[in-house]
Design a protein around this ligand. Structure first.
Ligand SMILES: Cc1ncc(COP(=O)(O)O)c(C=O)c1O
Length: 442
């Protein structure tokens, strides 16, 4: 038995399932990790892997970036671990976000993306005095009750259907799930919602839904239709914010929402998220007329890390170009490996997020999450991830669990990954074309 497997079994005696996340538990084959630096993680058996999980997309600069660790060290020397008062880093991070993120004049801090989206939805409901939120099939906004819905394909529903036991129907009564990129369905839902519509939340690029980009013009239409009906638009940029550029997906697609949520990259590996919008939209927070809080919100550790990350991003001149080139090289290297192995597989990519698809049909065309996810041969994809892991490359095994490329993934790591992919493909069992099926989200 490997040391990882032994340790995992020990952990599972006292930590339910051996994990603290449903998503990681579902990903299967858990490794117990000993060390992490740059593009690599090392497991309890001393095996090193090039990591494309990247702390779920947190580590834009790779694992344990020295400039973030230094900033945290300096800050806790001055402010301690937690003060529960405003401190100077509030202003530093607030100012930088206001300068970088389209439509954001003011922010609030939270401890996770789930909290940030929950706060954003409450803010939108409070601003409009209405209750109904529309979200999209295959879009993930965390696991809070009212957004624990619509993760899978074919999940469009009015009212929404819960994705977990324990979520009361009452939480679903004020949420509708509509198909992504379907203008007609959106217009109909908004019209039917009438003066119940508080707002719409979307991911812009569903990172756990096959990276299905918005169709040309769709985001503009979405904003127009929702605002004309008196609602507000939330872009959930927990995954895409600061990853697709300093202005995130909204800058990339040139559309500005009313409220933006951020997380992952922002905290540089610490538990930080944020939500923000115009001073007008945030007025209810400023005047303390809507509830948002938390013991740890705005802790020195998290804001020191964020200030360091945002400072580095403000100075960078080529980081996103470099990420783009590394990610493009990885995607084309993988596609060449698939072609050489005669494996009908493709890569879909948006910036430094990419998703291999084991599918005979190209995945460029479908714009809805259900069609895209149906293309993934989930059994074959898992077999690929298993074989990759044996060859020193790690990615989570969700069929739509995109890979994250970081600044620490240089030419050497990309070349090593492509070689590992060639070896993995040669070692994989013969395809079982009967396999198809469902994905899970992350
Ligand atoms: C788009 C999006 N929103 C919200 C969340 C939830 O964030 P967290 O896991 O920090 O609660 C995630 C997490 O993956 C996400 O990708």
């Amino acid at each position: 038995m490997s040391a990882s497997a032994r340790l995992f079994a020990e952990i599972a005696q006292t930590v339910a399932g051996g994990e603290t996340s449903y998503a990681r538990l579902r990903a299967g084959n858990p490794l117990v990790i000993d060390r992490a630096a740059g593009a690599r993680i090392v497991d309890a058996d001393g095996r090193s892997y090039i990591d494309y999980c990247g702390g779920y997309g947190v580590n834009l600069f790779g694992h344990a970036p020295a400039f973030v660790l230094d900033a945290i060290g300096r800050t806790i020397g001055e402010l301690g671990l937690h003060v529960a008062f405003p401190h100077r880093l509030y202003g530093v991070v607030g100012e930088r976000l206001a300068a970088m993120v389209p439509g954001v004049e003011q922010v609030r801090f939270a401890n996770s993306g789930t909290e940030a989206t929950q706060a954003a939805v409450r803010l939108v409901r409070a601003n409009t005095g209405r209750d109904l939120i529309i979200k999209f099939e295959g879009h993930y906004h965390g696991w809070a009750d009212h957004l624990c819905t619509g993760w899978g394909p074919d999940s469009a529903s009015r009212p929404a259907r819960p994705d977990s036991p324990g979520v009361p129907d009452a939480a679903m009564a004020s949420v509708w799930v509509v198909p992504w990129n379907d203008e007609v369905a959106l217009r109909e839902a908004v019209a039917d919602a009438g003066d119940r519509l508080a707002g719409v939340i979307c991911e812009v690029v569903p990172g756990s839904g096959g990276l299905v980009e918005p169709a040309p013009g769709y985001l503009d239409t979405l904003c127009d239709v929702v605002r004309a009906a008196g609602g507000l638009v939330i872009f959930d940029e927990v995954m895409t914010g600061l990853r697709l550029g300093v202005g995130g997906a909204s800058a990339r697609y040139g559309v500005t929402p009313d409220v933006t949520t951020l997380g992952k990259v922002l905290g540089g590996g610490t538990a930080l998220a944020a939500f923000g919008g115009s001073a007008e939209v945030m007025r209810l927070e400023a005047e303390n007329r809507v509830v948002h809080g938390g013991t740890y919100t705005g802790s020195p550790i998290t804001l020191a890390a964020a200030a360091a990350v945002l400072g580095r991003l403000a100075e960078q001149t080529s980081l996103y170009d470099d990420l783009e080139s590394a990610s493009a090289a990885l995607a084309s290297g993988l596609e060449s490996a698939f072609a050489a192995a005669g494996e009908p597989a493709h890569v879909r990519r948006v910036g430094s997020m990419l998703q291999p698809f084991f599918s005979a049909r190209p995945v460029e065309e479908p714009r809805d999450v259900a069609s895209v996810s149906a293309l993934q041969d989930t059994v074959r994809y898992r077999a690929f991830c298993d074989a990759l892991e044996a060859n020193g490359v790690y990615s989570h095994r969700y069929p739509l669990g995109r890979w994250f490329v970081s600044a620490a993934h240089g030419e050497a790591e990309i070349a090593e990954t492509v070689t590992a992919a060639c070896n993995a493909l040669a070692q994989m069992p013969e395809p079982d074309h009967e396999s198809a099926g469902l994905r899970v989200t992350a």
